[in-house]
Every structure is written in structure tokens, then in C-alpha cells.
Ligand binder design. Structure first.
Ligand code: ZN
Length: 423
């Protein structure tokens, strides 16, 4: 194959990916004004409903502009040999492959971040602000950005340097060492994420004594879940949107509730959300997800190792000296259709897990408070109640609100039937 053909394949993949994405967004937007399903009629009142319509449409237009800008810039970068230029620029500073790769990715990541910042600024301070979601100050916004950049420079830089070092020392076998390293790193991050990374951005405080804590402990005891750490995170300093999540493994496991969640929901609704999170843990979703993603990483690294020495990968981007970092870029794009498919599969599994966690909450606690909490969370984030099937299939890691409410109601009515038969 000639480098030119490979180059056109790359451009084709980038374009196709963009077009598919836009078609899905368009289909989704066609259903913005669909009638709200009966089960969800109580989510919005009229005024909130109109607000949610406007919010969806504004976000849609915004994403058209940002993605349009990104694809034009990306294509231009490829067509005008941007990678060759950055590669040469990096080689001006050093002869050392690891240093060159660090400068190379540094320039690309910083460049794309800087270009992206006006868009995220607009999203936070114009769109989110207009709909009353934003709580972040401009100072906090930029401090967050800088912290994020530093953090990814340190972590990304170290990880990249180690991988290239493996490649230099072991050649094509680098994939095995990299795989082991990424495996160990992933487990480390899963365990220590809440105690190492989260404090850089947020304050976490143990949930204070009171009715909520008692109810949570009473439930987790009943469900046979050893819960030692419940933390409240100050999500309200950035946004009014609420959330809860589970993190860590073994003794480090903890449940984190956003302060906004505690404000918005009643005690039994919070316990229901928690029951859902405990369901994820009890059904071993955290571990299964980790194993799947490690398998995917291993396979991807192995396939990459088959191509990494191929000069075509560099030539396709008009780079004269073949290198690991250029190979990584070209391979990343050539491989993206496959990773899209794995992504679809992972989302499918994730949606299945969400149903299982909902079922757990329903069985061990109750479905109704979970329904009302999900509805409240949807109302408070003005979410789209009528997404298009294609959009759900491709992008949703959770089933839609309607699907979850139906699932939660479904078994409840089955249970009722069963009890009535018993009675
Ligand atoms: Zn969940």
C-alpha cells in the first residue's frame, strides 16, 4: 500500500466518523419536540418543559459549531502536514526519542486544549449560566483548567515515557510490559482515585450524623454491604447538577454523594440511589468493567505491536523519521472504527448493568423512591426525555429515564400481581 492511499483512508475515517455522529445528532434533534410519554408526564411542568426544550436546542446548536470547528481544524492539520511540522519542531530540541515524544504530544495536547478553551468557557458561562446550572466562578474555571493540564501532563508524560522506554528496551514485546503496567496503574488509580485525585478539585467530608446517615447504614446492613465510608462532595461549587457514585475497591471503597443530591432529594430517595450504587458493587460491576477494559487494552496493544515498526504509519503523515509517537497517532485513527465498535459494546453492557443495579435497589429497598429520585434528577438537569433510539444505542451508558421507569414499574406490578394471588 502506498502512503498516499493510507493517508486517504485516514481522512476517510475522520470524515465518516464525523458524518455518522452528525446524522445521529440530527436524528436525535428531530425528536426534541416529541410528546412526553405518559409515565414521565410529571417530570416537568409547562414552564420547565419549555426551558428544557430551549436547553436541548441550544446545546445541539453549540455542538454543531464546536464539532464543525474541530473537524475543519483536524482535517487542515492532516492535509497541511501538521504532524510532520510538530515532529520536526520537537526534534529541534533533542535527539532523545522519549523527550521528542513528550514535546510532540505536549505541543498537540496544549494546542488543542487552548483552542478548546473558548468553547468550554462559552458552554459554562453562557449556556449553563443562562439555564441556572453554573455555580463556577471565572477564577475557579481557569484554576480547574490549569490543574487539569498539569495533572495530565504529569500522569500522561510519565505513562508515555515508560511505554516508549519499554519499546526501546524490548521492541515488539513492549505490548506485554505496557499491558502489565497499565493494568497495575488502573488498579492503583481505581483504589486511590478518591484519595489522590478528587481532593485536587473537590472537598470531601464524611457524611454527618443524623437521619440520613442512620437510614443509609440501616439499609446497607440489611443488604449485607459493609459500608465504612460515605462522603459528601462539594459539587455545588461548580454546578447545580447532582450525582452520586461509587469508587475504590476493598477497604478503600466509598460512596460519594454530591451535596446537591442531598439538597434536592428526600432521605428515602437518597437511600434508593445508594441502593442502586450498592447494587453495582454487589453485582461485581466494578470488577467486571475493569477486566473487560483490561482485555480490550491488551488486544489493542497487541495489534498495535504488529504495526508499530511499519514505516507506512509515518509516511502516511509525511513524517520522514519513523517513530513510536507518530505510529501511535496513525494507528489510533486507523483503529478507531474498531474502538467505536468496542465502545458500542461497552455501552450496551453498561446499560445492562444499570438495569441490574436498579433491580437490586427495587428488590432490596424499593422502586418508587428510585423512580422519583431519577425524575427529580432529570428535571433538575433539564434532560432530554425523548432521545432517538440511535443516539441511545451509540452514546448512552445508562438506559433512558423512560426505560428505567418502565423497568422499575414493571416488576413492581408483577410483584403486586404475585402478592394479590397469594392473598
Ligand atoms: Zn448506575
Amino acid at each position: 500500500m502506498s502512503p498516499q492511499i493510507l493517508f486517504f483512508i485516514i481522512i476517510g475515517i475522520l470524515l465518516l466518523d464525523f458524518i455518522i455522529d452528525k446524522v445521529i445528532d440530527h436524528l436525535n434533534a428531530q425528536h426534541f419536540d416529541d410528546p412526553i410519554p405518559e409515565e414521565l408526564a410529571d417530570v416537568y411542568n409547562k414552564e420547565e418543559y419549555y426551558k428544557s426544550q430551549a436547553y436541548k436546542k441550544e446545546n445541539y446548536r453549540f455542538s454543531l459549531v464546536t464539532s464543525g470547528f474541530t473537524i475543519v481544524l483536524t482535517l487542515a492539520f492532516f492535509i497541511f502536514k501538521g504532524f510532520a511540522w510538530v515532529d520536526q519542531f520537537a526534534r529541534g530540541f533533542s535527539d532523545h526519542e522519549i523527550t521528542i515524544a513528550l514535546i510532540f504530544f505536549g505541543v498537540i495536547v496544549i494546542g488543542s486544549n487552548v483552542l478548546n478553551t473558548p468553547f468550554s468557557y462559552y458552554h459554562t458561562f453562557v449556556i449553563e449560566e443562562k439555564y441556572g446550572f453554573n455555580r463556577s466562578s471565572k477564577r475557579l474555571f481557569f484554576v480547574d483548567k490549569i490543574k487539569g493540564w498539569l495533572l495530565s501532563a504529569i500522569i500522561g508524560g510519565v505513562v508515555l515515557a515508560i511505554i516508549i522506554w519499554f519499546y526501546q528496551k524490548t521492541g515488539n514485546l513492549f505490548w506485554i510490559y505496557t499491558w502489565l503496567f497499565i493494568g497495575a496503574f488502573t488498579i492503583f488509580m481505581t483504589v486511590f482515585y478518591s484519595s489522590l485525585i478528587v481532593p485536587i478539585f473537590n472537598k470531601q467530608t464524611p457524611l454527618e450524623d443524623g437521619e440520613l446517615k442512620d437510614s443509609i447504614y440501616a439499609f446497607s446492613k440489611k443488604a449485607g454491604f459493609k459500608l465504612r465510608n460515605i462522603f459528601v462532595i462539594d459539587g455545588s461549587k461548580r454546578s447545580t447538577k447532582a450525582n452520586a457514585y461509587f469508587s475504590g475497591l476493598g477497604p478503600k471503597k466509598r460512596i460519594v454523594l454530591y451535596d446537591t443530591l442531598i439538597n434536592d432529594l428526600e432521605t428515602n430517595e437518597i437511600v434508593a440511589v445508594l441502593a442502586h450504587e450498592i447494587g453495582h458493587y454487589k453485582k461485581k460491576h466494578v470488577v467486571i468493567n475493569m477486566i473487560i477494559s483490561l482485555l480490550v487494552t491488551g488486544i489493542t496493544l497487541y495489534i498495535f505491536s504488529l504495526f508499530v515498526n511499519n514505516k507506512l504509519l509515518s509516511q502516511a503523515l509525511s513524517v520522514e523519521i519513523p517513530s513510536f509517537h507518530i505510529g501511535l497517532i496513525t494507528f489510533g485513527i486507523l483503529y478507531s472504527p474498531i474502538s467505536e465498535v468496542t465502545g458500542l459494546l461497552m455501552n450496551y453492557i453498561s446499560r445492562m448493568f444499570e438495569y441490574q443495579a436498579d433491580d437490586f435497589a427495587k428488590m432490596h429497598y424499593s422502586g418508587q423512591p428510585l423512580i422519583s429520585s431519577l425524575k427529580k434528577l432529570s428535571r433538575n438537569s433539564l434532560s432530554n426525555l425523548t432521545p432517538h433510539k440511535a443516539n441511545v444505542f451509540v452514546h448512552y451508558s445508562h438506559p433512558t429515564l423512560l426505560q428505567r421507569v418502565r423497568n422499575l414499574n414493571l416488576d413492581a406490578s408483577l410483584n403486586n400481581k404475585m402478592t394479590s394471588r397469594v392473598i
